[in-house]
Design a protein. Structure first.
Length: 116
């Protein structure tokens, strides 16, 4: 474990900012919700800044999930091994549909579930 999402990570955030600076970011084609603000980022430049800020700022997980639900999101897909995020979403709202995609085999399950 490490001091993630705390002020102890500011120097790492500054290094990340330096690495991100020369990169081109397109304007978002779909809403990009930042865990730092629990709201959509308005521009590519804001996304760049939020990526840096999220390294040393608390994660507003419950606020983010609640915001997404308020915007009509009713299905969440966790991609990768484990189901930590699925469990955290379930604690926030038991009424949403939760799908865990942990392998290529589970891709068919995801497809079938989303078609319902």
């Amino acid at each position: 474990s490490g001091p993630f999402h705390s002020s102890l990570m500011k120097s790492a955030a500054e290094k990340l900012g330096g690495k991100l600076q020369p990169l081109h970011f397109d304007e978002p084609a779909i809403p990009v919700i930042a865990n730092v603000t629990a709201r959509p980022a308005a521009s590519a430049e804001e996304i760049r800044g939020l990526l840096v800020e999220q390294v040393y700022s608390p994660v507003l997980w419950e606020d983010t999930v609640t915001y997404l639900i308020s915007q009509g999101v009713d299905t969440f897909v966790e991609i990768g091994p484990g189901n930590v995020l699925t469990g955290l979403i379930k604690k926030t709202d038991k009424s949403v549909k939760l799908i865990n995609l942990s392998s290529l085999d589970s891709l068919e399950t995801l497809k079938a579930s989303l078609e319902q």
